[in-house]
Design a binder for this molecule. Structure first.
Ligand code: KIV
Length: 273
């Protein structure tokens, strides 16, 4: 049973998120990549579930988000949608599926919507991909932006350090956020940027700003499920709060099962036909 009580049981829509910001109600967002976890996350009362391309890291064990394919994202998104009743489901557009040209971006977004039934897509970048964002939006597909640390550009940045500490990068980020809002995005994720910059953008824009490592002045927060549950044990950046230690819980349970099988304790008489 969730410790959180959902006050409004209606399905969450992009419009509702904008209303939540206007009312000062914070938005809770988490990633999920499969049916079973998505079901639990939704039942707990989550507003938005992101099928992140972080699946490349936490589900497939890759070092970066670059290898995951459009087909794989669609598979994860379909699985999540199957487990969700209330939350808005947003699917990341993977590296290489939108950078080429706006028509390619539209075709990728259409596949995500048709084949997974996700309700929106998320896309990394600002001015450099704005035409793709506009093309996707023109087909009636809601778009969430993603600025700051954009992991698909890790080979350009070279590190996962905090972004936009310098004035020039901060100014470009503000300009990109305005461009995304003006184009029609319904929300923007800001990843790993100084808290005062994120708060300023959240204060200036009317669409929700969802932060990850971007401080408490954002309109909502997002974390990677495996990180906050303590399943992805090696990852402990400053912004991460761990809400459970499931890594150890799972190892203990699996160890107990192995012991029981080896000692012939499992199955007992009641556990057989
Ligand atoms: O892929 C992902 O999980 C993300 C979040 C970190 C925002 O993009």
């Amino acid at each position: 049973m969730s410790t959180y009580t959902v006050e409004d049981p209606r399905k969450v829509t992009t419009r509702r998120l904008i209303e939540m910001k206007a009312k000062g109600e914070k938005i809770a967002m988490l990633t999920a990549y499969d049916y079973s976890m998505a079901r639990l996350v939704d039942q707990a009362g989550m507003d938005v579930i992101l099928v992140g391309d972080s699946a490349s890291n936490v589900m497939a064990g890759n070092a970066t988000t670059l290898p995951i394919t459009l087909d794989q994202m669609i598979y994860h998104a379909r699985s999540v949608v199957n487990g969700v009743k209330r939350a808005l489901v947003v699917c990341d557009m993977p590296f290489g599926s939108y950078q080429g040209n706006p028509l390619e971006a539209l075709a990728s977004a259409v596949r995500i919507m048709k084949e997974s039934s996700a309700e929106a897509v998320k896309i990394e970048g600002g001015r450099e991909i704005i035409e793709s964002v506009e093309r996707i939006l023109s087909a009636g597909i809601p778009v969430m932006g993603h600025l700051g640390l954009t992991p698909q550009s890790i080979n350009k940045f070279g590190t996962y350090n905090v972004r936009a500490r310098e004035e020039a990068e901060a100014n470009k980020l503000i300009e990109d956020a305005r461009l995304l809002q003006d184009a029609g995005c319904f929300a923007i994720v800001l990843e790993k940027i100084p808290a005062d910059l994120a708060a300023r953008i959240a204060g200036e824009l009317t669409i929700p700003i969802i932060g990850i490592g971007a401080g408490g002045g954002c309109d909502g927060q997002v974390l990677v499920l495996q990180d906050m549950l303590g399943i992805n044990q090696g990852f402990s950046p400053r912004f991460l709060r761990r809400y459970a230690d499931l890594g150890n819980v799972i190892e203990d349970a699996v160890g107990n099962y192995i012991n029981d099988v080896k000692s012939s304790d499992f199955p007992n008489e009641k556990e057989q036909y």
